[in-house]
Design a protein around this ligand. Structure first.
Ligand SMILES: C[S@@+](CC[C@H](N)C(=O)[O-])C[C@H]1O[C@@H](n2cnc3c(N)ncnc32)[C@H](O)[C@@H]1O
Length: 328
């Protein structure tokens, strides 16, 4: 027996150690689905309907959709290979679904290519999965030293490092100000240009620390959020997919969106309002025949329950909004 090996029941101590390590890895490689039952309720699933999950992730929502379908079908999109492989395992008991590796901005085109022109519901649970956040090598964290990556789709050429080391001052400052609401955007952008080339997350954190030293929260939080949005073009893809989604919805079809920060939520809220309001000048009468095709079915955003927020701190910033195509 090698030195340092102990017995615990019938297991050697070093075997137990391996089990503990594997269990811990399994725990971190898990995504806790946010607003799971609420999303399913607002999708109002028809058992024979065609549904799209634009953000497959750990497949928690997709699994619930499949459990609600009989002869219906699910198309699930993700741009992250890790999520897709993980999800295949979660969904292995079902055959009425297809996973499509693509940015959801191309959702309408990809569905049309498959002969699908109408759907009964689309769910988007935006942002990152815990796999992406917890995998330090993906570069989303400002708490550890790692590469400045931040890509959800690892085959795209644009990384955070490329932005930081090549973008002009004004463009860098715009990203930090608009996507991060960072008030010291220009100062930080100036310092980045002075200190180029930046190689790791800590190179950026040191710069944010030196400018935001009076901050109560973490000095780098807003800059990291801004970079992540820029790398993945998160706001533009959301605007694009919303426009396509309303063309795809069948009568009574639902669009359910879960957002995690105010910039995304603002886009969804305004889009839903525009689609459900008649655009008629104030002095003109509204005739009974005039109507909008859509109705917002969440007058206020839906938040996770206290219990969910307690169990899963990442759900704290979540907001769900839903739009319905009227039955006409
Ligand atoms: C919050 S997670 C979804 C979690 C999932 N609803 C669940 O229950 O496990 C978001 C997922 O959407 C993916 N994603 C985000 N933006 C995307 C986009 N524009 N196109 C395709 N996938 C995207 C991410 O890669 C991530 O896996």
């Amino acid at each position: 027996m090698p030195k340092g090996t102990f017995f615990f029941g019938s297991l050697k101590y070093d075997q137990l150690f391996v089990i503990v390590i594997l269990r811990n890895q399994g725990d971190t490689m898990k995504h806790e689905t946010v607003l799971k039952e609420e999303a399913i309720e607002y999708l109002n699933i028809k058992p024979d309907g065609i549904y799209v999950d634009g953000t497959l992730g750990g497949a928690g929502h997709s699994l619930r959709i499949l459990e609600s379908l009989t002869t219906g079908f699910l198309y699930a999109f993700d741009q992250d290979d890790f999520a897709i492989n993980y999800a295949k395992d979660v969904l292995k008991g079902f055959s009425n679904y297809l996973i499509i590796k693509s940015n959801f901005r191309y959702l309408k085109q990809r569905l049309n290519d498959l002969g699908i022109h109408k759907i009964d519901g689309l769910l988007l649970d935006l942002g990152l999965s815990s796999f992406q956040i917890d995998d330090v090598s993906r570069g989303f964290t400002y708490l550890k030293e790692t590469s400045l990556d931040m890509r959800m789709d690892q085959s795209q050429p644009l990384t955070a490092e490329l932005i930081l080391n090549t973008f002009e001052l004004d463009e860098l400052a715009r990203i930090f100000y608009v996507y991060g609401e960072e008030k010291n955007a220009y100062k930080i952008a100036h310092r980045i240009i002075e200190k180029r080339p930046l190689k790791t997350t800590m190179d950026l954190v040191k710069i944010c620390d030196s400018v935001n030293y009076k901050e109560k929260g973490h000095s780098s939080k807003r800059v990291f959020q801004a970079l992540r949005i820029a790398v993945n073009d998160e706001l533009t893809v959301l605007e694009d997919v919303l426009k396509d989604a309303v063309d795809l919805l069948n009568p009574n079809g639902r669009l359910v969106i879960i957002t995690f920060h105010s910039l995304e939520d603002r886009i969804v809220k305004h889009f839903f309002k525009d689609e459900s309001t008649l655009d008629i000048p104030k002095n003109l009468p509204i005739l009974p025949t005039m109507n909008t095709k859509f109705e917002v079915i969440t007058k206020k955003p839906v938040y996770p329950t206290e219990l969910e927020m307690e169990r899963n701190s990442r759900s704290r910033s979540a907001k769900l909004r839903a739009l319905k195509r009227k039955d006409v």
